[in-house]
Design a protein around this ligand. Structure first.
Ligand SMILES: Nc1ncnc2c1ncn2[C@@H]1O[C@H](COP(=O)(O)OP(=O)(O)O)[C@@H](O)[C@H]1O
Ligand SMILES: O=C(OP(=O)(O)O)[C@H](O)COP(=O)(O)O
Length: 403
């Protein structure tokens, strides 16, 4: 894989460089609540602008349905990028339309333009390769060179990630190079006990990786929205909690395999549950109860792991030599349900293990809950991406950067 340093050695002055970033940052309306993913791509963008390139930055944000949706605009991320760079950044209000063409055509050497959300175009995430190829060809018109630096999306077979780099000279940016460097260590030489903590809300994506983790990890601690499919598989009622009903048979099989392989699969023993999802805007106190994991009321949903589970998980992390954590243990965006996530973050900080935290929301949680980033071994910008990398899968966005 060629890196941006190879590109810089050749010189990029006056060249149009397409940087596929992951600017999928958490937002509260128009306010970015954590800009870690924007800061993570700054080294690449700064190196390119310093070398006189015309930099075209593109990303997705959230999961819009293949059409423009103001709730998912990249406008605010673009403006934060400008603040962090300390220079104005042009923003195109469309992805491949007249605004995008004008913004790119208007770039002088060393300037930056950000295109509107790639997922406003159905070709980005389409299952049809021809549709993806069509979008990739249109994006290719904007640039002479491709730099892949959106690590959080390299596991996606999407047009700008997997197809576009095949149409022009391509290089890995500094973020991808750093992420792969750290995560490779976890696949090659993992110190044991190796404990994996899995939570979050992207349940169907992440259940799939457990298959491989059952051959690699010594212990798996399950929380967040993931937990309820497991509790259901154990025969418990989970009320109106996040549930991947169709995956219950697979999870049952995972639990049997874990026992056979001697992998400790640990589930919550108590839960904070409420009749309503909390208001994340006002953060008004939420009316909730703490219940045993097998006693979730039928009209309530689980929103965080309870105090006994926090203690149990901390004890299961204490002797670890390596810890990988992806996915908040609860709805940490609301103070009443941040306790589980805080307890796990604290357990990582307290342990002597090599600790890796992965995922947009997990990384944001660590920072917004006030932890020092330096107290962790590595904070990865990718959750699904790092999990799939650790699985040993070929990731489309990395394969496409290879010669
Ligand atoms: N029990 C739960 N029910 C619903 N959502 C949850 C629950 N626990 C955690 N979450 C949500 O999971 C989201 C993060 O999930 P995910 O995107 O999978 O993590 P990451 O971005 O770290 O990979 C957070 O917004 C959090 O509120
Ligand atoms: O937030 C992301 O992934 P993550 O939640 O696994 O860290 C990436 O931006 C990828 O987004 P996607 O899972 O909608 O493809």
């Amino acid at each position: 894989m060629k890196t941006i340093d190879d590109l810089l050695r050749q010189g990029v002055e006056g060249k149009r460089v397409f940087v596929r970033a992951d600017l999928n940052v958490p937002q509260d309306g128009t306010t970015i609540t954590d800009d870690g993913r924007i800061r993570a791509v700054l080294p690449t963008i700064k190196a390119l602008t310093a070398a006189g390139a015309k930099v075209v930055v593109a990303s997705h944000l959230g999961r819009p349905k293949g059409a423009p949706d103001p709730a998912f605009t990249l406008r605010f991320a673009a403006s934060r990028l400008g603040e962090l760079l300390g220079r104005p950044v042009a923003f195109a209000g469309d992805t491949i339309g007249s605004e995008a063409h004008a913004a790119v055509a208007g770039l002088d050497n060393g300037q930056v333009a950000v295109l509107e959300n790639l997922r406003f175009h159905p070709g980005e995430t389409s299952k049809d390769p021809a549709e993806r190829a069509e979008l990739a060809a249109r994006l290719a018109a904007f640039a002479d060179v491709y730099v892949g630096d959106g690590f959080g999306a390299v596991h996606r077979q999407h047009a700008s990630v997997a197809e576009l780099p095949r149409l022009m000279p391509k290089y890995a940016g500094y973020l991808i190079a750093t992420e792969v460097g750290v995560l490779r260590k976890l696949t090659e030489d993992v110190r044991r006990p190796y404990v994996v903590v899995l939570g979050g809300a992207k349940v169907s994506d992440k259940l799939a990786v457990i298959d491989q983790l059952l051959d690699k990890a010594d212990r798996l601690l399950i929380g967040g929205g993931m937990a309820y499919t497991f509790l259901k598989a154990k025969g418990y009622e989970v009320g109106i909690s996040l549930l991947q009903e169709d995956q219950v048979p697979i999870v049952t099989e995972y639990m049997q395999r874990a026992e056979k392989n001697g992998v400790e699969l640990v589930l919550p023993v108590d839960i904070l549950a409420a009749a309503e999802f909390p208001d994340l805007k006002t953060k008004a106190p939420a009316d909730h109860v703490t219940v045993d994991a097998d006693k979730i009321p039928s009209d309530k949903e689980g929103l965080d792991i309870g105090p006994r589970t926090r203690e149990l998980y901390a004890s299961k992390l204490a002797d670890a030599a390596t810890i990988f954590w992806n996915g908040p243990l609860g709805v940490f965006e609301h103070p009443d349900y941040a306790g589980g996530t805080r307890a796990i973050a604290q357990a990582l900080v307290d342990s002597d293990a090599f600790t890796v935290v992965g995922g947009g929301d997990s990384a944001a949680a660590v920072r917004t809950l006030g932890f020092d980033e330096n107290a962790f071994g590595h904070i990865s910008t990718g959750g699904g991406a790092s999990l799939e990398y650790l699985e040993g899968k070929t990731l489309p966005g990395l394969a496409a950067l290879e010669d």
